[in-house]
Design a protein around this ligand. Structure first.
Ligand SMILES: [Mg+2]
Length: 126
């Protein structure tokens, strides 16, 4: 794989499967991977609380939100693989579900942001 190639969801599932099979010498159990997912999600939370919240990094610690998000995506792909989930189809169906459910749900947000933009524009400049 060329490191600059785009990776599809199906491609990710294949890459994760190949890596786990060849380099990792097999999958952890689904429940272990669930625990790993919780652990990695916590690591994302740790990054977010330091980058956007009130926490601070320890001396010498470097932020790496991207790497922690990638860890989450990796273990999600692993769980999908070992439980027979086609993530491409699952995401397709999920988007359809969300669109049907939420098509008009957030319209008030657009209206309120337009109102705040208008009020900002109409404020006198100092
Ligand atoms: Mg991690």
């Amino acid at each position: 794989m060329n490191p600059k190639d785009e990776i599809s969801i199906a491609g990710l599932q294949r890459i994760v499967d190949q890596w786990i099979t060849e380099i990792g010498h097999g999958y952890f159990s689904p429940l272990t991977n669930m625990a790993v997912l919780a652990e990695e999600t916590g690591e994302v939370a740790r990054q977010m609380s330091r980058l956007y919240g009130d926490q601070t990094f320890k001396e010498g610690e470097k932020p790496d939100l991207a790497d922690e998000l990638a860890d989450v995506v990796w273990v999600v792909a692993a769980i999908a693989n070992q439980t027979g989930v086609d993530l491409t189809e699952a995401i397709r169906q999920n988007i359809i579900k969300k669109t049907r459910r939420d098509l008009h749900r957030h319209e008030h947000r657009k209206a309120s942001s337009e109102n705040s933009e208008n009020s900002e524009n109409s404020e006198p400049r100092n």
